[in-house]
Design a protein around this ligand. Structure first.
Ligand code: AMP
Ligand code: MN
Ligand code: MN
Ligand code: MN
Length: 281
């Protein structure tokens, strides 16, 4: 029997780099039997009102969410915020500042592609971005699949969009202190997104988790669409060691994407404290 709380606290709409509208994301989640949902677009919370309404109509408990891009000791990391006040001025201003540089970065990415003989990539990627302020590497990857560079977006990332590859352009994201400050000032809970995806040694991961905890972070994504079962076991152990709550999220962007698993998520290990207990639902 499945748990009565089947929560997915990590997914994306076309407000950032997903392909469905916020209400379509809710319909997708309803189809998988999700009972509690957070929409967590990158650096933007303008889809939450529509998603909340659709979730209420579908009988799903809705939680405000966002996925904030940070860098910690020059490593890009994502922090999910849950259950915050969507009108908090500090959070709104922080997210706005973070969106500010994306178009400029995307232009520079376009120039980098032109320099290796692939012109028109900025304009092509922009066509995929319903919200131009949130232009992301995911939109570039979709356009580069369209023009036949590779069949899969993950291959485009491996060859062109990851650090050190020709289309990669560095960007200044928020600091850990900024992101946790904004989330907590707005009454929310901070969660480390997909910890299995970062290029970090185990020592660096421990130092990051210590810093995250010192600054008020409360939870880790243990079960996640881009985690293997081994990742889930590993981060369950770290959640116990650091006394973190555990989150669970698909990181859904697109029903056809293979990069994350978009089927039903595994349950959390039963001894972990689910992060929804920290939220007033
Ligand atoms: P950005 O925020 O512009 O740096 O873009 C990051 C986004 O690209 C992530 O949120 C994912 O949606 C997507 N992404 C990152 N790595 C990969 C990968 N290896 N394969 C496919 N998509 C990826
Ligand atoms: Mn994304
Ligand atoms: Mn992420
Ligand atoms: Mn995500």
């Amino acid at each position: 029997m499945s748990s009565p709380v089947n929560f997915d606290f990590h997914c994306h709409s076309a407000i950032s780099d997903g392909i469905l509208s916020p209400s379509q994301v809710v319909a997708w989640a309803a189809g998988l039997g999700v009972s509690h949902l957070a929409l967590t677009d990158h650096d933007d919370i303008s889809g939450l009102a529509e998603a909340r309404q659709a979730a209420e109509d579908a009988g799903i408990v809705f939680v405000n969410g966002v996925e904030i891009s940070i860098e910690w000791r020059e490593i890009p990391i994502h922090v999910v915020g849950l259950g915050f006040d969507v009108e908090h001025p500090g959070l709104l201003a922080g997210l706005e500042s973070l969106r500010g540089g994306r178009v400029e970065r995307a232009r520079r990415m376009g120039e980098a592609f032109a320099a290796i003989g692939i012109p028109g990539v900025f304009e092509g990627a922009m066509r995929y971005a319903a919200n131009p302020q949130l232009i992301s590497r995911a939109h570039f990857a979709r356009y580069l699949v369209e023009i036949g560079l590779f069949k899969e977006t993950s291959r485009v990332f491996d060859h062109y969009l990851k650090p050190g590859k020709p289309g990669y352009v560095e960007h200044r994201w928020a600091s850990l202190a900024d992101a946790l400050g904004w989330i907590q000032a707005a009454g929310g809970v901070a969660v480390v997104a997909h910890p299995g995806r970062y290029k970090m040694s185990s020592g660096e991961m421990r130092r990051f988790l210590e810093d995250f905890k010192d600054k008020g972070g409360r939870a880790l994504e243990v079960v996640c669409g881009s985690h293997t079962p081994e990742h889930a076991r590993h981060f369950a152990r770290l959640a116990r060691q650091f006394d973190f709550y555990a989150s669970r999220g698909s990181d859904f962007h697109d029903p056809d994407e293979r990069y994350v698993n978009s089927g039903p998520l595994a349950p959390l290990p039963e001894d972990l404290k689910p992060v929804w207990r920290l939220l007033s639902l």
